[in-house]
Design a protein around this ligand. Structure first.
Ligand code: PFF
Length: 518
């Protein structure tokens, strides 16, 4: 631990909790969660969801906070260096590459979608969005905005591009201001606003009563029931369990490396047990209480049980950008509620996207001694270029491909590696001690067993069953629309290129460090 140059740190305990909660609370809570729940049996989804939270999500939170803080003491803010501090093996650092690569992959599509929210908040206020009347028209508004078609709403991609540039610059400006002066301040401001706006929209939805008197059973109570009435028959479906575990990873931002990086700015005596738990609880409140009370119940009350199933099947974008605006058109002061909804989503998005950029910046600062401004410029230019294909090739399945590798596959893979590394290679006794260092509360003993056996076992089962059931067909691109094949292939080649580029940088950094030591 000698010769570690001073690193940045958080300004306060509340600051890091809000920053981790800010990373966790995102589009996943308000759009992905309701859609996943509705697609997987509504109430039935919630049982595997809470079990995954207790056995995977929360243990991973503690593991990542502890590993991150430990690595930070050795001057490492990202997984390659952290893994190397846990195990002096020459290859382990390359597994850590996922902890920089994964967040970057998500960042590339997430930032663009985040910018749509800003655009939609703007067009809610100007009244343009409500000029699109009816489902077809709202759908046309969205595809026009995305530049997929030219229509009466949009002749070209420029409006979307301008909102993208504003969103992009806002993100990188905040990141360039650093941990305490940028990310922490953003989260301290954005998180309370987000919760207040979320509560206002949720209360409005919950007091809708029976909006359509010709259908008295289309009401909010039944809408909530759609999400909460258990249907135990789907519990035996592997698909539901995978979806629930996947949602827990995505929503908590675990298994990808960003919490490692945030925790690396802690100091040795800082608590991780209670803080990690508080951040997770904040995310779950936003997800289950707010996320669960807005989109699905509202859609149920206005569209009824048949249409809502179709909405859920058609995905998160449709729910957020088509169905919700349609509903806002039907309530008094709908424009204002629409604006609040999109601002709330934008704030949820930006506090997540800054966290996705931080590992790459930290990597350049820590392993290449770059100053932060320079690191942010390099990353900014690289990410700006990488986002262009996402913007211009949107209709060709590129986002889904990035989301699959970055937002699903890498999470489970990386979580498996870090859990086994920490609890088996570093050793459960040392890991337990590390988690409890400076802790304000002691974990129940059962969690020692869970973290050592249950969490890794479930992770391995998920990974193995995925490889067994779908691995080959995904690799061979079976099921991809033929017209999209070249784009999907191109995306994969780019992803492999990006991974290799980071791996080479890791190799160079280690070689330089070795040369310095000799
Ligand atoms: N947790 C975010 C959400 O729910 O939208 C998404 C996310 C952010 C995933 C950061 C992963 C991550 F590292």
């Amino acid at each position: 631990m000698v010769d570690v140059k001073p690193r940045q740190s958080w300004g306060s305990k509340l600051g890091i909790i809000l920053a981790v909660a800010g990373s966790a609370v995102g589009l996943g809570n308000f759009l992905r969660f309701p859609v996943q729940a509705a697609q997987n049996g509504g109430g039935a989804f919630m049982l595997p969801y809470f079990i995954s939270l207790l056995l995977l999500g929360i243990p991973l939170m503690w593991i990542e906070w502890a590993v991150g803080r430990y690595g930070g003491l050795f001057g490492h803010g990202t997984a390659p260096g952290m893994f190397h501090s846990l195990w002096k093996n020459r290859f382990i650092k390359y597994f850590g590459v996922i902890g920089i690569f994964g967040p970057l992959v998500i960042l590339i599509y997430y930032t663009y979608i985040e910018s749509w929210l800003l655009g939609y908040a703007f067009f809610s206020l100007t009244g343009h969005l409500s000029q699109a009347v009816g489902v077809e028209s709202k759908g046309a508004f969205l595809s026009g905005y995305q530049g997929l078609v030219q229509n009466q709403f949009f002749q070209n991609l420029w409006p979307a591009y301008i909102f993208f540039v504003i969103t992009f610059l806002a993100n990188f400006w905040i990141i360039s201001r650093g941990i305490k002066g940028g990310i922490e301040i953003l989260c301290k401001i954005a998180m309370p606003i987000l919760f207040i706006f979320g509560a206002i929209v949720a209360v409005r939805v919950l007091t809708l009563g029976v909006p359509d008197l010709t259908h008295p059973d289309w009401n909010i109570v039944n809408g909530l029931g759609y999400l909460w009435n258990p249907d135990f028959s789907v519990l035996t479906s592997a698909k539901v369990w995978l979806a629930a575990a996947g949602q827990i990873f995505f929503t908590l931002s675990v298994g990808i490396g960003v919490i490692l990086t945030y925790a690396s700015y802690l100091t040795k005596g800082d608590d991780v047990v209670l803080s990690g738990l508080t951040a997770a609880a904040t995310n779950e409140t936003a997800e289950v209480v707010l996320g669960g009370s807005i989109a699905i119940p509202a859609a149920f009350a206005f569209l009824g049980p048949v249409a809502i199933t179709a909405v859920a099947q058609s995905g998160a974008f449709n729910l957020g950008f088509v169905t919700m605006p349609l509903i806002f058109d039907k309530i008094p002061l709908g424009m204002i509620f629409s604006f609040l909804w999109f601002v709330l989503l934008f704030l949820a998005g930006i506090t997540s996207s800054v966290s996705l950029a931080e590992p790459a910046v930290a990597f350049m600062e820590d392993e290449f001694n770059l100053d932060r401004k320079k690191a942010v410029w390099i990353l900014g230019i690289a990410v700006f270029l990488l986002i262009q294909p996402v913007i211009f090739l949107l209709g060709h399945g590129v986002v889904d491909e990035l989301d699959f590798w970055g937002g699903t596959f890498c999470l489970v893979l990386f979580a498996t590696i870090e859990t086994i590394l920490f609890t088996w290679v570093f050793g459960i006794d040392r890991a337990w001690e590390e988690i409890h260092h400076g802790a304000e509360m002691k974990l129940p003993k059962i969690y020692k067993f869970i973290i050592k056996y249950v969490t890794p076992l479930i992770l391995i089962v998920i990974l193995a069953s995925w490889i067994w059931q779908q691995g080959l067909s995904v690799i061979l691109m079976q099921g991809v629309t033929p017209a999209n094949l070249p784009y999907i292939l191109g995306t994969r080649i780019a992803l492999v290129g990006l991974f290799l580029a980071i791996a080479i940088l890791v190799k160079i950094a280690w070689r330089k460090r070795k040369a310095k030591q000799e």
